[in-house]
Design a protein around this ligand. Structure first.
Ligand SMILES: NC(=O)c1ccc[n+]([C@@H]2O[C@H](COP(=O)([O-])OP(=O)(O)OC[C@H]3O[C@@H](n4cnc5c(N)ncnc54)[C@H](OP(=O)(O)O)[C@@H]3O)[C@@H](O)[C@H]2O)c1
Length: 334
């Protein structure tokens, strides 16, 4: 049931409220004329699930204001029409910006987006691999690029990853370990420890080891860099335990969106705190990062990080994601 001309229909995950105000997900056939009026139409080959999609699919107004709506902040596929910068058949990646938020998203056979959102798929990465990486891997890569630019060295320096079994965390573990970095993976799931070791973590520690409640202004210095996906007291503990002239990147707020931290890591150890906001990454940096991923960060064992599902299975997996039951990346093949 592939749509092939502007008169035909396409399959899309559609989220809409029922008569009780409960948000329901279903794969529906929509006319292509339903797509928003932007420059580039892309036939989506692969997408992936992100927590933002699960929030959008549950009617979270902070993510999506108007329903019915098609979520999906990630899409990779083939350009359908000629535009200033693209030709039919070009393989492209679209992640972030407003895709899947208030613009119909990648959990569909087609998207139509502004040209300024579209990245040409780099050599060295397939469309499928680009969506295993998706926003979570792009976020991990954004932090790793900050570490490299800060002078963090493979082999010598320990790098902490919190929320390590999550989508961003596990991708960061695999990307860093594959490039020879000593990764300390902090996880609350004992059952994920051997998987994290297979991905290359040199050490797996309990999540509680990065949740100090002593109230001290500094803690023994343990790592030179850290990617924190958890926020709150985990980020505080991470900063207090970072070595002199180290760097901490934060992208998430799984535990809390508040940060209360003594000033000492900054004024006594010159620790740097960097924010990661992948959806808004400027296009030149975006192209640089996708090329870095293709050239050196793409995990060798990339397929072990993903479970591939059909669009029809997306509602089940989104429900599991909301319950925190998933491990690794869910790749959606159209
Ligand atoms: N800023 C950006 O550009 C950007 C981009 C992508 C994602 N994000 C954000 O980054 C965060 C992580 O995203 P994700 O896709 O990796 O999420 P995810 O797949 O749901 O993973 C989150 C992980 O956090 C850990 N965790 C869960 N509850 C926790 C708690 N109460 N305390 C401490 N750790 C807990 C778990 O790992 P363990 O069991 O292994 O500890 C879980 O697997 C989210 O807040 C997301 O919104 C931000």
């Amino acid at each position: 049931m592939k749509a092939s001309s502007p008169d035909t229909t396409y399959r899309a995950l559609v989220v809409s409220p029922d008569e009780n105000g409960q948000y329901q997900m279903a794969v529906k056939l929509l006319p292509l004329s339903n797509l928003p009026q932007h420059e580039v139409t892309v036939q989506v080959k692969f997408s992936g699930l992100n927590y933002k999609d699960a929030l959008s699919a549950s009617g979270h107004k902070g993510i999506t204001r108007n329903f019915p709506h098609t979520p999906g902040i990630d899409a990779a596929g083939v350009v359908v029409n000629k535009t200033n910068n693209f030709n039919p058949g070009d393989e492209v990646i679209v992640t972030g910006y407003d895709l899947g938020m208030n613009t119909a998203g990648g959990l569909a056979e087609y998207i139509r987006v502004p040209e300024a959102w579209v990245v040409k798929k780099p050599e060295g990465l397939t469309l499928e691999e680009s969506m295993i990486i998706g926003t979570s891997g792009f976020t991990a890569a954004s932090a790793i690029a900050e570490f490299i630019e800060h002078g963090i060295k493979p082999g010598e320096d320990k790098i902490l990853i919190t929320g390590a079994s999550g989508a961003v965390g596990s991708m960061a573990v695999a990307m860093l370990a594959g490039n020879g970095y000593h990764v300390v993976a902090a996880s609350g799931k004992p059952q994920a420890a051997s998987w994290l070791q297979q991905l290359g973590a040199a050490e797996v520690i309990d999540r509680d080891a990065v949740n100090d409640t002593s109230g001290r202004g500094l803690l023994p210095a343990k790592w030179m860099a850290a990617l924190d996906t958890v926020g709150g007291n985990t980020l505080t503990t991470t900063l207090l335990s970072t070595r002199e002239r180290g760097i901490v990147a934060n992208c998430g707020m799984i535990a809390s969106n508040k940060l209360e931290v003594p000033i000492f890591p900054f004024i006594l150890r010159a620790v740097r705190l960097v924010g990661i906001a992948s959806a808004e990454t400027p296009m030149d940096r975006r192209i640089y990062l996708w090329n870095l991923i293709a050239k050196s960060l793409k995990p060798k064992n990339i397929y072990t990080l993903a479970t591939t599902i059909s669009l029809e299975k997306a509602p089940d997996y989104i429900t599991q994601m909301l319950k925190g039951e998933l491990q690794g990346k869910i790749l959606v093949e159209m």
